[in-house]
Design a protein around this ligand. Sequence first.
Ligand SMILES: [Zn+2]
Length: 414
Amino acid sequence: MADLVVRNALLRGADKTVDIVIDQGRIAALEPKFGGQASTEVDAAGGLVLPSFTDPHIHLDKVLISEVVRDNVSGNLEEAIAIIWEKKKRYTLDDIMGRAGRTVQWAVLNGTTRLCSHVDVDTVGGLMPLKGVLAAREKCKDIADLRIVAFPQEGIVQDEGCKELMWKAMEMGADIVGGMPFNEMTSDDSKKHLDICFEIAKEHDAPLDMHVDETDNPNARTLEEYATRAIKNGFVGRVTAGHTCALSAYDDHHAAKVIGLVKRAQMNMITNPATNLMLQGRLDIGNIRRGLTRVKELLAAGVNVAYGQDCVKDTFYPTFGQCDLLEVGLLCAHAVQLSMPNEIETLMDMPTVNASRMFEVADYGIAAGNTADLVVLAEKSPQEAFRTHLPRPAVIKGGRIVARSSITRELVRG
Ligand SMILES: [Zn+2]
């Protein structure tokens, strides 16, 4: 007897449904009609079944913080960072763990079972944010896999003492070395920031994932510095860049050169459409930029691009966010103008195939022998999934159902 069978599952690109048989955490077989028995059955009813989503970029230490701090009146990134200082000094373990845990539960309900969280490491909050998210990771380990990026949000050179905290964070259990090289006083300091991050990554044999040029300023040039260092320091394929908004502010010639370097470095590119549509381009008059990186050009150049939730009700993105990657994908489709059938397929690749690549999942995908991490959708095609993004009937992690949703909708007349 199998542990679990997902019946009538429509796989992407298929026109007939299959039954997915799951045993001991793994996909045992894909059969047109499974004749055997299983302890638990899920009827996908012809809905699309995908590998569960991966959110490559979120800030679990800061989620839901907008409920407890003052409003961001300018709406920009600098004020969003400053508002948090007061709160950050008074952080408690329970507070961070609670907010992070609630958000991870939303993510799982929406079909995401892997999240990569940046966590602030600086002299304002010390290592408390990391301790909180580490505790949340432990608490949520049965429903989601979390990877943690040590993120020096306040800069490393200009925040004296941060460098030591970054080393400590990696020893305490952070998996990935983060960075925010543009947030330094001079471009020389930005380069030092990058060098320090590479030094830590080398010592810990860890990949890097940085916040890069999250600004409309076309003079921000740390993406090319980052890519060049990856190529020169033997980190090809082990680097990720989030945001990269300035890439959209460059002239086309320079942008093409930088995309070439990004490609050579085999850098993963993460766009965060929800937050950056809200934060960037606020000083533009007339031709208002939408703040996202050059998603279409990067995809056309063959770069691995995914999108992340980034923020949930914090000071950067105070009002919205529910950790639903189909919602983020819908935003991305509008901002980047992805609407043709092949573009919608790409839009669905981004939180599945593309994001899982940076998460380094070894046995990824719906095939016999692979770990059974699945999301059952109510819709029958990627296009319908982005259009209606209904509650996910079931989410399966390691062969076990970890979330179920149902919805009843009816017109009531008379
Ligand atoms: Zn971010």
